[in-house]
Design a protein around this ligand. Structure first.
Ligand SMILES: O=C([O-])CC(=O)C(=O)O
Ligand SMILES: [Mg+2]
Length: 182
């Protein structure tokens, strides 16, 4: 996939207004922000799972149709971080279900972004944690434990590195190499 790296993007005033509840004031200066293009596509287009607005420092994980490492991470303390999982945009099974989301909420994760599918949508909607995914799928993932932790991932047209910062609201998702403050 052809991925763009972070760049100084000219944010439209409309976008600025809509995301201002989260990022008040930051657009008065130039920030190297990346936007995950068209991330909420397909089946979940109009759905914001659980929290509509969330943000936090990113932990990256790359898997393919296997959710053992996803569950392992969410069993740890989240300390307000966001788990970003590049699932290769597979639409053939769900790599996140209701049980680990419940656990992530209890362990203090701020959010989970899945470049792939989830299941147990109603259960997830009842949790106080932000979740974004491409679609839902009824099938479970494999349980082999294959994947790469903390690696740069390339998803939705954007390169995302472990330790960067993610900001999500109902309009979309921003990634910044540094924490954005007012
Ligand atoms: O068991 C799975 O792989 C997916 C699931 O439904 C859950 O974790 O709740
Ligand atoms: Mg389940």
């Amino acid at each position: 996939m052809n991925c763009k790296s972070s760049f100084n993007r000219n944010i439209s005033s409309d976008f600025e207004r809509r995301i201002s509840n989260l990022l008040t004031g930051i657009f008065s200066e130039l920030h190297p922000i990346t936007i995950l293009d068209n991330f909420t596509g397909w089946g979940l287009q109009d759905m914001y799972l659980s929290e509509e607005v969330f943000s936090g420092q990113i932990v990256t994980l790359k898997v393919f149709e296997d959710n053992v490492l996803v569950r392992d991470f969410l069993e740890e303390k989240g300390n307000g971080r966001v788990l970003v999982v590049d699932g290769g945009a597979s639409l053939r099974c769900a790599i996140l279900g209701g049980n680990p989301v419940q656990q992530a909420q209890n362990n203090g994760w701020a959010g989970i972004v899945i470049n792939g599918c989830i299941r147990d949508v109603d259960e997830i909607n009842g949790c106080d944690i932000g979740v974004r995914a491409l679609a839902s799928h009824p099938m479970k993932a494999n349980k082999k434990g294959i994947g790469e932790k903390f690696v740069p991932v390339c998803m939705a047209g954007t390169r995302i590195c472990n330790g960067e910062w993610l900001y999500a609201d109902t309009d979309g998702i921003l990634v910044s190499p540094t924490e954005l403050s007012n």
